[in-house]
Structure formats: structure tokens, C-alpha cells
Write a protein that binds this ligand. Structure first.
Ligand SMILES: Cc1cc2nc3c(=O)[nH]c(=O)nc-3n(C[C@H](O)[C@H](O)[C@H](O)COP(=O)(O)OP(=O)(O)OC[C@H]3O[C@@H](n4cnc5c(N)ncnc54)[C@H](O)[C@@H]3O)c2cc1C
Length: 555
């Protein structure tokens, strides 16, 4: 079988976006200048083609009744053989897909999901739930070890509908496989929106967001998808786990809390009730410049502790601000925004600007006024420039990977009392690790993606290259750098991940961070829900106790 069974537009299996994605001339110029700054070659290497990969024949046959939903088309297997981390893309440029799934299953409905899990449990076939495949921590690859007869990637793209809308309580029942744009398009006629916009919004799903505890565009208050989840429905090999729709409950440990962050290891999220809201009618935005990054962090702390709850509060260090096109590379920039469906925001913005001014922040007061006068400042001004760059950055990475440039990110959260030492410590550790792995002197850039009253979520970007400029050397260097980043964030008091999940690549940090007793309790829950341990082996924790590894280097 060579034809893809996917009903969606063909994806770029070696990078971000659809197969026909292209950079605008302006974007290409931005990428070229970034490559030139790193002394990397401009990208003229041929992009990977499906025919260049030799995939082994499937090791198992699907049951006859389910076979029409199973695909062994090379494009489908390649698309499902890895997520979208820098290392995933680098391996594709090297024409390596070491552990493709034997089959990709596209279940038509929830019953088919249950049937596939029944068959897999009996036949000892690993099942890897697959939403948009945007995992950046090795969450969707079939690196399941030798204890399985085969591996199936379970793609939920056909479960992509909004099933029910409750306009009174403002909630909707939505299938787990709906991509961000698909679910927002179906909610629009109801005049309601979920407004959960991770950077990967175009190519990630509600089910993926919930089981990875995704972080959206709200910088405060509703930072994670958790805050929008009202009830969940998880199909496990032992049956369906359904929670009740409730605005809140104090009845014991919440079942949804076990589903959130379960990363496909306990069951397949087929549906969820999520909380909705009216689209914003009022907006206010400001771009505040600071001479010093650490001084700016104090302004952000003041805002985070003020109770003002801005929707946007992205702090960009000078290099991040330059890359996003919102400053000249010498100043730190705070992109600040408020939004509301109900009330004008002058008072909130005015108070926030008093707080930033107290910490040396400078801003264009007229631009702020324009933003509140109902114009399109939030699209055309610095906030708009940031938003556009944010959405397009994933596309800019592809040519960098092909040119042997490591362009990767890692993210965390840490309390304010430890932030300054944490920031210096992580930067110093990573500068050493990058130098040891590549011979290059390279500094991390940093932005805050989300902020809380008790601490920020810093997000670091690595931009460097291997000494010989090859993708293979860059991938080897990446593995060392990634391990160093995992160790540094936990050692200096942060979490291994604020919103990118654990998967395989963050397990080393997760296992240091979480109490062993809790991990045993989680393993016991898995034993009940998935007694044959077929769901996503190697992700989050490993029932077989296999060595911890990272992408492409599993024991
Ligand atoms: C360019 C880029 C930008 C990103 N930006 C953000 C961001 O802003 N915020 C953020 O939080 N993350 C971000 N991510 C990471 C990623 O998009 C999130 O982890 C996202 O929630 C994954 O959703 P998905 O549908 O693509 O899931 P997948 O990648 O398909 O799967 C992720 C994990 O969830 C499991 N899974 C998926 N669907 C289901 C289901 N229905 N039931 C059970 N298990 C399932 C998979 O087995 C896997 O372990 C980004 C990634 C990229 C590549």
C-alpha cells in the first residue's frame, strides 16, 4: 500500500507545516542573516524525499475487520516516526527514521479506538496515540524497545468534531483529534472560542494539549489547558474513564488531574468538555523597553503580583527582541497586553504602566492609546510584530536544521526568590556545555512565556553550530547539550518542563524532580488501566525499567 490514508493536507515529514509551506522573501532574509551571524552556509541542500528512506516491512498484520483503517504507506509511516523537535528534524535531514511504526491506524470513531487497544493488548503491540505530532520531547515515536510484536501509531485525525455546545454554561464537547484551527472554526458560528493558542496551534490537537498540559498564549491566569478542562473521556485498554461536568469539585483527588499530563500512557483521550468564552472586543497593548534584563524581570514580578492578570506579558531579552523584529538588539522588551469581551481596559493598562515605569520601563504612550481606541495596534504595532514572528518562527527553523545549525529551545519555571541565581547558573552551565560539544562560544537567549505571582516560566533558545558544520555533528552535539540543559534546570531549582511535557527526552529530569513514591503510585495506576503496558512505552515512565535515554539514543 503506497497511498496515504490521511484525509488532511500532506504534511512536511521532515519539518514544520504542510508539504507546500514556503518562506516569504522577508523571512528568508531574516533566516539568512541569522545563518550568516553563525557563519553557517546558506541553505541549498536538497530537502529529504520519501524515496530516500528504506523502511522495514511491517512485523505484524492488523486484524481483518480493522485493516481498512490501517496504513503502511511510507509517507504515513515517516510522518508518524517522530515529533517536531530540532533533533527529530535533524534525523530526517540525515535520512534516518530508526523506529518507524509498523502501521499508522486512523480510527473512524471511538469504538474503533477501543477495538484497536483490545487487539494490541492481546497481540502485545505497542500503541502510540498521535494528535498533531508536534511533540518536542520524543513523545510520539515508536522507540518502544524489543518487548513488543510491533508498534502502531494511532492517529486521531478522524475524531475532529465539536459534538455539542452548551451556550448557557459556555462549554463544548470536542473530540480529541481536533486541530486548533478545526475546533475554533466549528466554535465560531456559536460566537464562542476556546482561546488556547500555543505556538503549535496550527498542527496540534485538543487531546494532545490536554495530555501534555500545553501552555497557551495567556501569559497569566489561564496559562495551561488545564484551566479550560471541565471533563475528560479516556479510552483505556480496561474500559472508558469518564469524568463529570462540574465547574469545580472538592470530591477527592480529581480524575481529570490524572488524565492531564498522562501523555498517552494511560489511555486515549477521545473527548473532552472544555470551557469557552466570548471573543475579546476590548484590547490594550504596549511594548515597554528596558536597558537591563534583570531590572525588567522586577517589573514583570510587580505586574504578576498586582492581580492585574494581563493576557500577554512576554519579556524578551535583547536577542529575542531582535529576532522577533521588535527592537534593535540592545534593549529588553516587555510585550504587554490585556483583552476582554466585557469591559474597556484603560484602568488595568494604566496601572501596569505605572508599575513598569517604577522599574525604568519606557514606552510610547500614544501607541498605547491607539491600541485602546479600537484600532489594530495589537496587530500592526510591536505586539503585532511579536505575534506574527511567534507564529512563523517554527517555519524559520527548517532551513537552519538543514544548514547544520542547532536552533532549539527549552523551558522551565522557577520561583522568583531563586530566579536571578537560576538564570545565571543555567546560562553558565549551558555556555560550558555548548563550548564542550561544539567548540563555539554561544550564549542562550531568554524570554518569559508565562508568569505567576510566585515565579516566571523562562524559555531559553540555543543557536549554535557544530565545528564542521555538518548535521550529523550537530545532532551528536545536541544530545550532549540537551542532557546538560535537563541537568541544569533541575539542579538550579526549576522544573524539567513548564509546558513541553516529559516524553522521552525529559525523563532524566522528571525522575530527579518527582518523588519516587509518586512515580510508584502512577505506575500502579498504569498497571490498572493498561495491564499489558502497550500504551506509549518509554514515555513519561517505563514499566519495563529500561535505561533513560533521549531522542535517537535510547537504551
Ligand atoms: C514549533 C512548536 C511550537 C510549540 N509551541 C508550544 C506551545 O506554545 N505550548 C505548548 O504547550 N507546547 C508547544 N509545543 C509542543 C507541542 O505542540 C505540545 O506538546 C502539544 O500539546 C502537542 O499536541 P499534539 O496534538 O501535537 O500531540 P502529539 O505531538 O501528537 O502528542 C504528544 C503526546 O501526547 C500523546 N497524545 C496525543 N494525542 C493524544 C490523545 N488524544 N490521547 C492520548 N494521548 C495523546 C502522544 O502519544 C504524545 O505522547 C510546540 C511544538 C512545536 C514543534
Amino acid at each position: 500500500m503506497t497511498e496515504s490514508l490521511s484525509r488532511r493536507a500532506p504534511r512536511r515529514f521532515w519539518g514544520w507545516g504542510n508539504a507546500d509551506a514556503a518562506l516569504s522573501p522577508r523571512e528568508q532574509a531574516t533566516v539568512n542573516s541569522m545563518l550568516a551571524a553563525l557563519d553557517a552556509p546558506l541553505d541549498d541542500r536538497p530537502v529529504p524525499q520519501v524515496g530516500e528512506f528504506k523502511l522495514p516491512a511491517p512485523r505484524v498484520a492488523p486484524p481483518v475487520a480493522l485493516a481498512p483503517m490501517f496504513s503502511a504507506a511510507p509517507l504515513d509511516r515517516l510522518n508518524h516516526s517522530a515529533g517536531k523537535s530540532w533533533a527529530d528534524c535533524a534525523r530526517m535531514w540525515l535520512r534516518q527514521a530508526p523506529t518507524p511504526p509498523d502501521w499508522v491506524a486512523y480510527p473512524d470513531d471511538e469504538q474503533a479506538v477501543a477495538d484497536i487497544l483490545d487487539w494490541a493488548s492481546a497481540a502485545k503491540v505497542a500503541v502510540i496515540p498521535y494528535g498533531g505530532g508536534s511533540s518536542v520531547c520524543g513523545g510520539v515515536e515508536a522507540a518502544v524497545g524489543s518487548g513488543y510484536a510491533g508498534a502502531v501509531s494511532l492517529d486521531l485525525e478522524r475524531l475532529n468534531r465539536v459534538l455539542e455546545v452548551d451556550p448557557v454554561s459556555r462549554a463544548a464537547r470536542i473530540q480529541g483529534g481536533a486541530l486548533g484551527p478545526e475546533l475554533e472554526a466549528q466554535l465560531k458560528p456559536h460566537g464562542l472560542t476556546l482561546r488556547h493558542f500555543p505556538q503549535s496551534f496550527e498542527f496540534s490537537t485538543l487531546g494532545g494539549w490536554i495530555v501534555t498540559r500545553s501552555g497557551g498564549h495567556y501569559a497569566t491566569q489561564h496559562t495551561h489547558i488545564d484551566d479550560f478542562v471541565e471533563a475528560t473521556r479516556l479510552v483505556t485498554p480496561r474500559g472508558v474513564l469518564q469524568s463529570r461536568r462540574l465547574p469545580g469539585s472538592g470530591a477527592g483527588p480529581a480524575p481529570d488531574r490524572l488524565v492531564l499530563g498522562s501523555e498517552g500512557t494511560l489511555g486515549v483521550l477521545t473527548e473532552a468538555w472544555v470551557r469557552l468564552q466570548a471573543p475579546p472586543r476590548f484590547r490594550a497593548s504596549a511594548a515597554v523597553q528596558f536597558a537591563d534584563f534583570l531590572q525588567a524581570t522586577e517589573a514583570v514580578r510587580a505586574i504578576a503580583q498586582s492581580g492585574l492578570a494581563p493576557s500577554n506579558c512576554r519579556l524578551l531579552d535583547p536577542r529575542e527582541a531582535l529576532f522577533a523584529g521588535v527592537a534593535d538588539g540592545r534593549r529588553t522588551v516587555l510585550v504587554l497586553g490585556f483583552e476582554s469581551a466585557d469591559h474597556p481596559l484603560q484602568a488595568w493598562m494604566q496601572r501596569a504602566l505605572e508599575l513598569v515605569a517604577d522599574h525604568g520601563g519606557q514606552f510610547d504612550a500614544q501607541a498605547v492609546e491607539r491600541s485602546m481606541a479600537g484600532g489594530d495596534e495589537h496587530r500592526s504595532g510591536a505586539a503585532g510584530a511579536w505575534r506574527d514572528a511567534f507564529l512563523r518562527m517554527p517555519y524559520w527553523r527548517d532551513p537552519a536544521v538543514g544548514a547544520g545549525v542547532i536552533l532549539d529551545t527549552f523551558e522551565t519555571a522557577v520561583t522568583w526568590d531563586r530566579f536571578a541565581a537560576f538564570y545565571q547558573g543555567v546560562k553558565a552551565d549551558l555556555a560550558r556545555a555548548i563550548h564542550a560539544a561544539t567548540g563555539q562560544q554561544s550564549e542562550l537567549s531568554c524570554r518569559f512565556t508565562h508568569v505567576y505571582a510566585d515565579g516566571p516560566a523562562p524559555y531559553f533558545t540555543i543557536a549554535t553550530r557544530a565545528a564542521d558544520g555538518s548535521v550529523a555533528s550537530a545532532l551528536a552535539a545536541w544530545r550532549d547539550i540537551k542532557q546538560a540543559a535537563n541537568a541544569a534546570v533541575v539542579a538550579h531549582g526549576g522544573t524539567i518542563t513548564h509546558h513541553h511535557a516529559v516524553g522521552r527526552d525529559h525523563r532524566s529530569g522528571y525522575e530527579r524532580e518527582v518523588d519516587p513514591l509518586f512515580r510508584q503510585m502512577l505506575a500502579a495506576a498504569k498497571q490498572v488501566a493498561d495491564p499489558h503496558a502497550v500504551l506509549n512505552p518509554g514515555v513519561l515512565f517505563d514499566p519495563a525499567g529500561r535505561a533513560v535515554g533521549i531522542t535517537g539514543a535510547l537504551g
